[in-house]
Design a protein around this ligand. Structure first.
Ligand code: PLP
Length: 397
């Protein structure tokens, strides 16, 4: 008897590679002490949530009735919170939104899943630009879809519009955009987005279809050197937005985000109603309630991103001096380093000998690079630099 489904058996065997990496980190920490292990492998924010969030948790518990704080609600989330978010989006981006276009979700991961569940039929294709957040593949497969990767410029990781044009076919149902990008840190300018929109409109005319743009934006506020992240629905009429407070408020474990379905998407009202049902029947029922009440009091707050700014500046200054080639990230907290001899797994293994843990980017469809998540203490970056230097020297020898 086989207890585990074939699809989960496949995931189980892939997962053991990730688990092996995690266990290796644990082993090194046990052997050398955690301050001697420089772990850049996980995108888990290391800055605390803003003090306002903890204060708001106390206030909600003290001031609001327990049954409403902890009770079931509309499957889309608390209406007053959705209205407040709609108003803040209108204030920031100049387009009018309503509570009944927003669904509070269990993080961006759930928002992506319920939207894909709502729109995909088996065999439908979803496009995304490589390198990409590798969970997209699993999320698309959850609903019988097929994720197809579209190339980017190998120097800049910006979208290759010809490749996009060629990738779109009759089965193309959606395009997931992720800017600022995990793992490249690249931010798409308005010009880049207008270029993508031009190709989508051309192909929609050709196939008589609607290609849903899914803008996955958990890093929207995490940008450097004054970089601007354009509001995608202002440029793309068929765009839905997926957002998360995991990084903005350093709350990844609280599992809170939202899905926005603007009226410019065809059948927007039915789509919204169906997505609310998808949220309910996917097992989420509704997004966690306490943190929704807290959000209502802390909209507009942000975690202190200065550690990320310092780490990024330090890495961008020091690593090129050692001879490493980097793709300068304008956002998020990831940095891609090109493997000196092109083999990302070998480079990651050499760095591991220096107790520097990174992720080889083959899994992000970006072979030849390793990803550093620099959401770590500044001392971790400083103390890792000698190991980076020795590794660079070893490749020159
Ligand atoms: N999308 C991207 C690009 C991410 O990097 C992540 C998490 O790291 C997610 C979605 C999922 O975020 P959440 O914690 O909000 O589910």
């Amino acid at each position: 008897m086989e207890m585990i489904s074939k699809s989960m058996q496949a995931l189980l065997s892939q997962n053991s590679v990730i688990r092996a990496m995690f266990e290796e980190g644990e082993r090194l920490r046990g052997e050398y002490g955690s301050d001697k292990v420089y772990d850049f492998s996980l995108g888990n924010p290391n800055v605390p949530a803003p003090a306002e969030v903890e204060q708001a948790i106390r206030e909600v518990l003290a001031e609001e009735p327990s049954v409403s704080v902890h009770g079931y609600m509309n499957n889309a989330g608390f209406a007053d919170l959705r209205t407040a978010i709609a108003d803040s989006l209108q204030e920031r981006f100049g387009l009018a939104y309503r509570a009944d276009q927003l669904i509070m979700t269990t993080g961006a991961a759930a928002a992506l899943n319920i939207l894909l569940k709502t729109v995909l039929n088996p065999g439908d294709e979803v496009l995304t630009f490589a390198p990409y957040f590798s969970e997209y593949k699993n999320y698309v497969q959850n609903y019988g879809g097929v994720l197809r990767l579209v190339a980017t410029d190998p120097e800049t990781f910006l979208p290759d519009l010809d490749a996009l044009r060629k990738a779109i076919g009759e089965k193309t149902r959606a395009l997931i955009l992720n800017t600022p990008n995990n793992p490249s840190g690249v931010v798409y300018s308005e010009e880049v987005l207008r270029g993508i929109q031009g190709v989508l409109a051309e192909k929609e005319r050709e196939f008589g279809s609607c290609i849903l743009v899914i803008s996955d934006e958990p890093y929207r506020e995490l940008v450097y050197d004054g970089a601007m992240v354009p509001w995608i629905p202002a440029l793309m009429p068929h765009a839905a937005v997926v957002y998360s407070y995991s990084k903005t408020l350093s709350l990844p474990g609280e599992r809170i985000g939202w899905l926005l379905l603007p009226d410019s998407i065809p059948e927007a009202r039915e789509l919204y109603a169906a997505a609310v049902i998808a949220n309910r029947i996917s097992g989420f029922v509704n997004a966690p309630s306490l943190i929704q009440r807290v959000l209502k009091r802390t909209l507009g707050c942000r975690a202190d991103f200065s550690v990320y700014e310092h780490n990024r500046a330090l890495l961008l200054r020091e690593l090129p001096k050692m001879g490493y080639r980097l793709v300068k990230p304008e956002g998020a907290f990831y940095l891609l380093i090109q493997a000196p001899e092109g083999d990302d797994a070998a480079f990651a293994a050499t760095l591991k000998e220096e107790r520097i843990l990174t992720v080889p980017c083959k899994s992000f469809a970006c072979p030849g690079y390793v990803r550093l998540a620099y959401c770590v203490a500044e001392t971790t970056v400083r103390n890792a630099l000698p190991g980076f230097r020795r590794t660079a020297e070893s490749y020159k020898a």
